[in-house]
Design a protein around this ligand. Structure first.
Ligand SMILES: *Cc1c(COP(=O)(O)O)cnc(C)c1O
Length: 406
């Protein structure tokens, strides 16, 4: 007889779904033991124990107040297909254990890469790994000595340089957070230049056509890359298509469950060859950093299929519009200073006469704002990852703060 733990239990799965959709009753939270339980409590009791803890304890990224971080809500089609993934547990390392899933990834990358002017690539668990992968390929192909990026580049760039044994040079930014061309080293013949499309702290988009003399040009488009899929906003990323490689976090503005990202190359064959290893037990080369890895392309493909480019554009444009509305409102308040224009849905502001913004942060709706430090100054930061955010709620809270502190 098969072990029932591995066979479908419709009642159990329904119970999990009911809990997710909020119809659990009389569930009481309790504490987990400090040590590994000797005997199990069974699946049903496990669901009862974990539901209040995990579901109620989570930050609701699709709630109307959620406007603080680069973590969007996920469409339900990704929940359904992620359940399939967990059940099937394909391993894309080997065609024998992922016959369709490998094709799905190829197809998904094949749909997306041309939108960014790239010829191909592969999925990664996010842009930290995508950045490392791209710079690894660059080092192999170009014999690089160093990585050059602005001081506003994501920490994963410095991390990648460190892992790859490359020098790391950071360049000053201008008054709107872009890499400052004046300070760019003249000789980039032994360097990978990393430009950022949507810096994490301020959402700035570097001029993407800089440094054409660099041995390799990588664009970290983890956050703002998907703007390229919007007819309204794509011009902000002009020049992206001239990069040698591009990183995108699909778990940011492509609305995917974590961990989902892409590394794309303008000339994919040599890049993939440079970062491939063979093994006797594999019939295909192992490309990139990961060994065993799952079918994260399945929910991404399902999202693209459900929404199409136009559906994705609609959600991104909606989020951008919310940031525009908020920016317009903030700029009308004479007590408030706003950092830079809304380039990619990241907005920073401060009350001019205050140096410490943390007390303000505590008065804003939960999940609506975070705190950041840029150019020796404290700022309140919002990120338009959630197209369902209610900006009036946020405006109301800011209005109250202004009255209280005036
Ligand atoms: C989020 C982010 C990263 C890191 O990506 P992960 O998907 O979190 O690994 C890199 N660069 C930028 C600009 C980012 O915003």
């Amino acid at each position: 007889m098969t072990d029932p733990a591995f066979t479908p239990d419709q009642k159990g799965l329904q119970k999990a779904l009911d809990a997710l959709l909020g119809s659990t009753q009389n569930s009481t939270g309790s504490e987990l033991d400090d040590s590994l339980p000797e005997s199990g409590i069974g699946e049903y009791k496990t669901l009862e124990l974990l539901a209040p803890m995990i579901l109620d304890g989570a930050r609701k990224l699709g709630a109307e107040g959620a406007f603080a971080h680069m973590d969007p809500p996920t469409p339900w089609i990704t929940w359904a297909t992620t359940l399939w993934n967990a059940s099937l547990n394909q391993n894309l390392l080997h065609p024998d254990v992922a016959p369709i899933a490998r094709d799905i990834e190829t197809r998904t990358v094949g749909w997306l890469a041309p939108c960014f002017g790239m010829t191909g690539g592969h999925m990664t668990p996010g842009s930290t790994v995508a950045n490392l992968t791209a710079l690894w390929a660059a080092r192999e192909l170009k014999g690089l000595k160093r990585v050059v990026a602005s001081k506003a580049a994501h920490l994963s760039i410095g991390k990648a340089a460190h892992i790859l044994g490359l020098d790391y040079t950071t360049v000053e930014t201008n008054n709107i957070g872009q890499i400052d061309q004046k300070y760019l080293p003249h000789d980039l013949s032994d360097s990978a230049l990393v430009l950022t499309a949507g810096t994490t702290a301020t959402g700035a988009i570097d001029e993407l056509e800089l440094g054409l003399n660099a041995a390799w040009r990588h664009i970290d488009a983890a956050w703002a890359g998907p703007l390229k899929l919007s007819e309204k906003h794509r011009a902000k990323l002009n020049g992206l298509e001239m990069a040698d490689s591009v990183s995108i976090s699909a778990h940011k503005w492509l609305f995917q469950p974590k961990e989902s990202g892409l590394v794309l190359f303008r000339d994919v064959s040599p890049a993939h060859d440079a970062i491939s290893f063979g093994a006797d037990y594999l019939t295909v080369p192992n490309i990139g950093i990961l060994g065993s890895h799952g079918a994260t392309a399945v929910p991404l493909l399902a999202t693209l299929l459900s929404w199409g480019r136009v559906g994705l554009e609609y959600r991104i444009n909606t989020a951008m519009q919310l940031a525009d509305d908020l920016e317009t409102y903030l700029k009308l308040q004479k007590e408030i200073a706003v950092y830079g224009p809304n380039e990619s849905g990241v907005l920073l502001w401060r009350i001019k006469e205050f140096s410490d913004m943390r007390p303000i942060l505590g008065k804003l709706p939960t999940g609506s704002a975070s705190y950041t430090h840029v150019d020796q100054t404290d700022w309140i930061r919002h990120v338009a990852a959630n197209p369902n955010a209610n900006i009036d709620l946020l405006k109301g809270a800011i209005q109250k703060i202004l009255i209280e502190f005036s």
